[in-house]
Structure formats: structure tokens, C-alpha cells
Design a protein around this ligand. Structure first.
Ligand SMILES: [Zn+2]
Length: 127
């Protein structure tokens, strides 16, 4: 296992990437079976009460939201992994200040300091 001692949280990020990959795979597996039911029209052969349909729609929406969140997280992790390769990991991509190790421990995929992240999340100024 290659490891660079100067990385603040080398293994946390790799672990996060693996975690996310597993979660996305699990989500994809569930959504594929759901989509297949829709595509093949099998759902019409099953008697459906309106309540069931509503539950199903809600579940689909929830799943979609979860997928989007996972997608975003995975993108973040990838950006962080790339940053590690180029040696800019742990440095804020916006203001170039170093990101505190505590933050990297809590969010290994963080590529921005708390200030810049907050600014981006409140929609004031782009990342
Ligand atoms: Zn910053």
C-alpha cells in the first residue's frame, strides 16, 4: 500500500470512495429492477391500489434524490482524489488556504475550506 506521510487523511478518502462506490452500486441495482418493471410493463399485470402507486412514486423520487446525492458525493471524492495526485489535496481550491485536518477527517472529500464551501452553498459566488 503506497502512502504519503504528508497527506492529512490519505486512507479516509480512499475508504470514502470505496464506500460511495458500494452505495451507488446498491442503488443502481435497486433502480434497475424498478426500471425494468416499468419498461416491460409488468406493473400493469399487478393489481395496484392508488395508495400503492403513490408509495411507489414516492420511493422512486426518494431513490432518485439519493442517487443524485451519491452522484454528487462521488464527484467530490473524485475531485479530491485528483487533487491528491497533483499534490493540491488539503488546499482550498478557491482561496488556496489549507483545509484544517479536522475538516478533512470529517469530510475527506472536501476540496474547499469551510468559508468557501459555505459561500458556495448559500449561492453567493461560484466555487
Ligand atoms: Zn477557501
Amino acid at each position: 500500500m503506497p502512502s504519503s506521510p504528508h497527506d492529512p487523511a490519505p486512507d479516509a478518502l480512499t475508504r470514502r470512495a470505496a464506500e460511495l462506490e458500494a452505495l451507488r452500486q446498491a442503488e443502481l441495482d435497486t433502480s434497475v429492477s424498478g426500471d425494468q418493471r416499468e419498461v416491460t410493463g409488468e406493473s400493469s399485470t399487478v393489481s395496484q391500489h392508488p395508495a400503492d402507486t403513490a408509495d411507489f412514486t414516492y420511493e422512486r423520487q426518494l431513490q432518485h434524490t439519493t442517487q443524485q446525492l451519491l452522484e454528487r458525493e462521488a464527484e467530490q471524492v473524485e475531485v479530491a482524489l485528483r487533487a491528491r495526485e497533483t499534490g493540491t489535496y488539503g488546499v482550498c481550491a478557491s482561496c488556496s488556504r489549507s483545509i484544517p485536518p479536522e475538516r478533512l477527517q470529517a469530510r475527506p472529500e472536501a476540496t474547499h475550506c469551510v468559508d468557501c464551501q459555505r459561500r458556495a452553498e448559500t449561492g453567493r459566488g461560484a466555487i
